[in-house]
Design a protein around this ligand. Structure first.
Ligand SMILES: *Cc1c(COP(=O)(O)O)cnc(C)c1O
Length: 380
């Protein structure tokens, strides 16, 4: 008999990352409902924030998403394999000399600098046909994009504009996650000025948080990333998005302590005794950030141990973390079981906060050692 490869791999795995593609699609649909006047694209750079660009993008395409963004040419080329029909933008634009590869893979570059613009226009001229590109303008982020003066010079050059055949005019918010920040209105105002100067071209300003600033921020297309993956794009305590991932770590060791005892590197945590601890196979080498454990005294971090709330104790090691499982019935947690270190009792935003970072960084650090399972609707 041929052994089934997936269960075998699962049995061997230390920690399992379950990714619910139906939840990703549901999150995309809820953004479609929230931005009814705009096309809702999907940002799948950095391997869809660590969750797997090909399966995530296929699920989104099946839900109706037609436009995707990646950061690099290599990411675009790989995504083209997964999505032969989709419109794919490459945010960083072409490195000089790679223009022809964009055309070969059917990728649309975002032109972020006047040198990229000139190279692309020269490439189009050499092709003898207009080559579509997106134009990024700077409205206050001061990261990428043409200045107003550079943009005005470009739009005055009708030959260059005709060669570039603008497919999208875009810019990026710096402060959309803080709705009351005065820079939001300022960026909308500046961007509207650019939009008026390039009539007939679709415009895009908002990523996930921008969508929640309301219709004035939507323009013709929105570019969500983190909201698709279950991160909270709003300031509200209640996350409007569905959770997408569950991270389950294998119990390696269970120990009863009958007196107070210090746990882990640096002996930083004094576990009260008597009690029970479980050590699980996940650590900072898997992206379970060490900083999550060092801040544990102020912000307790919990895992779901078969329904019981288990508290993270002591420092996170490279490959291991320890939880107080005193709340679980005696004998209910044994080696080989898993506890959910991201799940019911630990959201990606909550864990990131405990570790002094943001959900984006937490997701994109999830390591290759995690065994990834894709589900279609099974609650993560
Ligand atoms: C990463 C990125 C996005 C997606 O941002 P989220 O906050 O994850 O929604 C959108 N636009 C640009 C230009 C980006 O770099």
């Amino acid at each position: 008999m041929v052994s089934a490869p997936v269960p075998a791999a699962l049995a061997r795995a230390g920690a399992v990352l379950t990714i619910d593609l139906a939840a990703v699609a549901a999150n995309w649909r809820s953004l479609v409902a929230r931005a009814p006047g705009a096309e809702v694209s999907a940002v799948v750079k950095a391997d869809a924030y660590g969750l797997g660009a090909a399966p995530v993008a296929r699920a989104l395409a099946a839900a109706g998403c037609k436009t995707f963004f990646v950061a690099h040419l290599e990411e675009g080329a790989a995504l083209r394999d997964a999505l032969p029909e989709a419109r794919i933008f490459v945010l960083h634009g072409p490195n000089p000399g790679t223009e022809a590869e964009f055309a070969a893979f059917g990728l649309i570059p975002v032109l972020n600098d006047i040198v990229q613009v000139k190279n692309w226009a020269a490439f189009a001229k050499a092709c003898g046909a207009a080559q579509p590109a997106a134009i990024q303008v700077d409205t206050g982020m001061t990261r990428l994009g043409l200045s107003r003066a550079e943009f005005d010079a470009l739009t005055a050059d009708k030959t260059a504009i005709a060669a570039i055949a603008p497919a999208l005019l875009m810019s990026h918010f710096a402060c959309a996650d803080t709705p009351a920040h005065p820079q939001n209105a300022q960026q909308i105002e500046r961007f509207s000025g650019f939009v008026r100067s390039l009539p007939g071209v679709k415009a895009a300003l908002s990523a996930s948080s921008g969508i929640f600033l309301g219709p004035a921020a939507h323009f013709g297309l929105v570019r969500p990333g983190i909201a698709l993956y279950g991160g909270n794009p709003t300031e509200a305590a209640e996350n409007p998005m569905k959770p997408v991932i569950r991270l389950s770590a294998r119990v390696v060791h269970v120990q009863d302590i009958d007196a107070p005892q210090r746990v882990g590197y640096g002996a930083t945590y004094a576990a009260p005794g008597p009690g029970r601890l479980a050590t699980v196979a996940i650590g900072y080498a898997d992206g379970f950030l060490r900083s999550i454990g060092t801040g544990a005294a102020e912000t307790p971090v919990f895992a779901d141990a078969k329904g019981a709330k288990a508290r993270l104790v002591g420092r996170i090691s490279m490959d291991l973390a320890t939880y107080d499982i005193g709340a679980a019935p005696a004998g209910s947690i044994v080696p080989g079981d898993t506890i959910d270190v991201i799940g019911k009792y630990a959201s990606i935003d909550g864990l990131a906060k405990a570790g002094g970072t943001i959900s984006y960084e937490l997701l994109t650090r999830l390591g290759p050692r995690l065994h990834r399972i894709y589900t279609n609707g099974a609650a993560p």
